[in-house]
Design a protein around this ligand. Structure first.
Ligand SMILES: Nc1nc2c(c(=O)[nH]1)N=C([C@H](O)[C@H](O)COP(=O)(O)OP(=O)(O)OP(=O)(O)O)CN2
Length: 161
């Protein structure tokens, strides 16, 4: 029977600083603010006869790259049911509950997520990690995003094979 093993990666360097606001309803949101988000992952893979499963340096590098891609941006939810985002020359114009906010495009990323929450960030980053791990014999991936100590959201993927 194939022996599976679980690798956990939870490194101090896997973090990104970002601004955001969480939308709670069609009329309520929190104020714009930021966090130092941290990212961790669990990888379940088969163990080979040489007592080795998956090179966790490969996954460390992938997680660091994913963090770097979001670091020092204003993160907007591009699929929110409650806000609209117009693309202007050098700015995004965000309309929420009658309010208008503008952000420089060079400072901002519009992500394919419904809300700027740890749970949506975890699903977004997990899908990218799954894509970048295609073709490798990974049985399960879990990726967690924490907005501060003691609060995080996690997303999981299981191999269909
Ligand atoms: N399910 C979720 N609920 C909330 C989220 C979220 O992402 N998913 N996010 C928020 C707010 O962004 C809020 O900023 C949370 O951060 P906060 O708790 O204020 O952060 P701190 O690091 O300051 O935590 P402290 O406990 O105050 O130290 C709300 N809900």
């Amino acid at each position: 029977m194939t022996q599976l093993t679980t690798l956990y990666i939870d490194k101090e360097s896997h973090k990104f600083s970002a601004a955001h606001f969480t939308i709670f309803s069609a009329t309520e949101r929190e104020r714009l603010h930021g966090h130092n988000y941290s990212v961790s992952a669990k990888i379940v893979a088969p163990m080979g006869d040489n007592g080795f499963s998956a090179d966790y340096n490969v996954y460390k590098n992938r997680l660091k790259a994913l963090c770097d891609e979001l670091d020092e941006y204003m993160l907007l939810a591009g699929n929110s049911p409650y806000q609209t985002i117009e693309t202007l020359d050098d700015r995004y114009r965000v309309i929420f509950a009658g309010e208008v906010m503008e952000f420089l495009r060079c400072d901002t990323q519009v992500l394919p997520i419904r809300n700027a929450t740890v749970e949506e960030f975890s699903h977004y980053l997990l899908q990218k990690l799954v894509q970048r791990s295609e073709g490798e014999d990974i049985r399960e991936l879990q990726l967690c995003v924490a907005s501060g100590p003691g609060q995080k959201g996690c997303a999981s993927w299981h191999s269909s094979s």
